[in-house]
Structures are given as C-alpha cells and as structure tokens.
Design a protein around this ligand. Structure first.
Ligand SMILES: *Cc1c(COP(=O)(O)O)cnc(C)c1O
Length: 375
C-alpha cells in the first residue's frame, strides 16, 4: 500500500466556483458580463493542468505563466484563448506562441523588440501591460502610449492580432481606495484606445460593483484563487461567497500513543503534554508541502472531529492531539484541509501565510486523485 496521503481534486467544485463567480458578475451588471480568464498558473494553483481544464471548461480563456503549461492546454484539447501573464522571455518562444495560438502580456520594450524583429511572429494576440502602481510588471504611465503605439504599428504590419490593455491591482483584497486610484490611472492613460481591457483578479472580481464599473469595449477579468475555493481576503471566508474547496489534502493516522504528563512531543520537544494525553501521528510532513512553520494549535480534523496539531511538523509526519477523538486509532482518516476539514485559509492563517502558498506547495510525491464532473 502506498503511504496514506492524498490530494483529492474536485473538478465539480472548480466548475461550481467558476459558475458562482460568473453568477455574481451577472448579478452586478446583467447587461455587460465580462469575459473570464480562469488563471491556472503554477499548475492550476497546485491542482494540475488536467483538473483545471476539466473544471474550467466553461471559462472564456485560460491565463498562465509557463509556455509549457499553455502548450499542454492545447495538447489536451483546449481551443479557446490562452494568455501568458508574464509574456515571453526570448525570441524562440514566439515560434511556439504562433504555432499554438498563445497570447501574451507585453510589459517591456524588450518584448516589443523581439516581436518587431522576429521572422515568425504573426497575429500574436497581446495585452500591453500598464503599471498603475503595483510596480511589478508593466510600462509606466508616461511610457505606455509610446509602447502601445509601437504595438499598433506591429498590428498594422500583421505581427500582432488582437491588441488590448491590462493592469494588475496591488491591494484589491484590503484597500479599495488604492484600487480605485489604480483604475483611475488606467482610465486616464488608456483613454480613447479601443480593444479589450483586463484588470480584475479574484479580490476585485468578488468586490460588488467593481468589475462592472470599469468601462471598456470588452473586459476580461482574471480570477485565480477563488476558482479553487479559497479566499483572496484575510477577513472573508471562501464559504461566505458560496465557493467550495477544490483540493482536499487528507492522510491517515499511522501511530497512536499515550504521552505522560510533562513529556514532550517531536523534534525540539516543541510541545509539552500538560496532562496525560493521546497523540496521533499523521502521514503528512513538510516534504508533502505541509508548512513546517505550522505551530501547535493549527486546526486539523481527525475522524470528523476538529482538533489541533501539536509540536513541530517533521519531514514526513506530524502529530495531533487526540483528546477530542478518544476512539481514533491507526488508520483513522485525517483531513489537513479541504472538504470535511479546516479550510486551507484557516490553516494558512494559523501559520502566518495565505491559502495560495499552501495549495501551490503540495509536492509531487503526494498522489492526486482527480474527481471528474459526474456525467
Ligand atoms: C495571479 C494573477 C492573477 C490571479 O490572482 P488571484 O488573486 O489568484 O485571483 C491575476 N492576474 C495576474 C497578472 C496574476 O499574476
């Protein structure tokens, strides 16, 4: 028997989440529902490209970072638009972009140079990226129009196909004023341009009235994390938006023992039993992607009962408090996060990080079981 740990990927939940997000956008502005790029970077936020294609088959487009992931989408039969959010990195990439009809963000002059001199670039769809204050990727407001004009010339010459404009929000999860200022900057700089625009990540897409308030011939929102059933907000659960967890990380107890009062558990003896207690050992550790810095008290569910992690997470195992689950024995099911356990956001909050990091950190040695959408 393989080690009892499993990441179960519920593609029906992914599909449900996409429909939930679209439903919210529709409620917001029935007359002008934006197109949706489902963001599937980092192997579909750790869920796998195959699962993402199954779960997001109703998305208008798929957005990612790796060329290899984009090609994989085509090989798996995806015929809709694809967008590389960091664009391309060297001239040779353009060959693949053209061959597989992959669109790209263009955020720097070097990328425009590559397009201008490439003998193969033909009809590549691009979104020119404006830096409205995130200061990560994109042309500065005073450089943008020149870059866009270069792109228009390339479009007229047949190098570029569709031409749009995009930006990315830095604080859509916690500061609406910053987001509104970024939108204002985008409006000012792109005023008068035709073509599609793309601005909203999950947090902005889930903020009522925000996506619908952005003018543009055609708008493409770019939700990621919410489609996997985790929340982009520190103070609002995914559940409160009607979203369902797409990944359940589960394992089993492989050892149960009694720890006398005053004895300590695991490396560094980081947890000391205040009284005699039962402790369970779970087949999940940091080499599976469970965060090593999860401290005593991090929520975990054993045999359907909520309890807590105790002591330090080791490479292949972690320990849990079995006092609330006196009947649990070796083989008892453990949910680290997901359906039937704490949410990935609750676990993340307990260890000072975000659900994004936990979902994308599950390692390749953890078997994945993809639950298909029932016919
Ligand atoms: C990751 C990413 C998104 C999606 O962000 P979420 O917070 O997961 O919704 C959208 N746009 C860009 C450019 C990104 O890098």
């Amino acid at each position: 028997m393989p080690r009892p740990i499993l990441a179960t990927i519920d593609t029906e939940a992914m599909s449900h989440n996409l429909r939930t997000v679209i439903g919210r956008l529709r409620q917001d502005a029935p007359g002008s529902v934006p197109f949706v790029w489902a963001v599937i970077k980092a192997r579909g936020y750790g869920h796998g490209i195959e699962a993402a294609l199954e779960g997001f088959s109703e998305a208008d487009g798929l957005a990612m970072l790796d060329l290899e992931e984009a090609v994989r989408c085509r090989e798996l039969g995806w015929t809709g638009p694809l967008l590389l959010l960091e664009g391309f990195f060297e001239p040779d990439d353009l060959d693949t972009l053209v061959r597989y009809r992959i669109g790209a963000a263009v955020h720097c002059d070097e990328q425009l140079d590559m397009l201008a001199t490439s003998p193969v670039a033909r009809q590549v769809d691009v979104f020119v990226k404006l830096n409205t204050g995130m200061h990560r990727l994109g042309f500065q407001p005073d450089e943008f129009r020149a870059a866009y004009d270069r792109a228009l010339v390339l479009q007229a010459g047949g190098v570029l196909g569709q031409l749009g404009a995009m930006t990315h929000f830095a604080r859509a999860d916690d500061d609406p004023d910053v987001t509104l200022a970024q939108i204002e900057c985008f409006r000012r700089v792109t005023d008068g341009l035709s073509g599609p625009v793309s601005l909203c990540n999950s947090a902005a897409t889930l903020t009522p009235g925000l996506a619908s308030g952005i003018a543009g011939d055609t708008q493409w929102v770019r939700p990621g994390i919410c489609l996997y059933g985790a929340s982009p907000f520190a103070d609002r659960s995914a559940d409160s938006f009607g979203l369902r967890p797409a990944m359940t990380l589960s394992a089993q107890l492989i050892g149960v023992h009694r720890v006398p009062a005053g004895e300590s558990v695991g490396y560094g003896h980081a947890f000391r039993a205040p009284h005699e207690m039962r402790v369970g050992i779970v087949a999940c550790g940091y080499a599976d992607g469970y965060p090593r810095h999860a401290a005593t008290g991090t929520p975990v569910t054993v045999a359907g009962v909520n309890t807590r992690l105790v002591g330090r997470v080791s490479m292949d195992m972690l320990a849990v408090d079995l006092d609330p689950v006196p009947e649990a024995s070796v083989g008892a099911p453990v949910v680290l996060w997901g359906a039937g356990g704490p949410s990935v956001d609750e676990v993340a909050a307990a260890c000072g990080t975000i659900g994004y990091e936990l979902l994308t950190a599950v390692t390749s040695r953890v078997p994945r079981r993809i639950l298909p959408i029932p016919a």
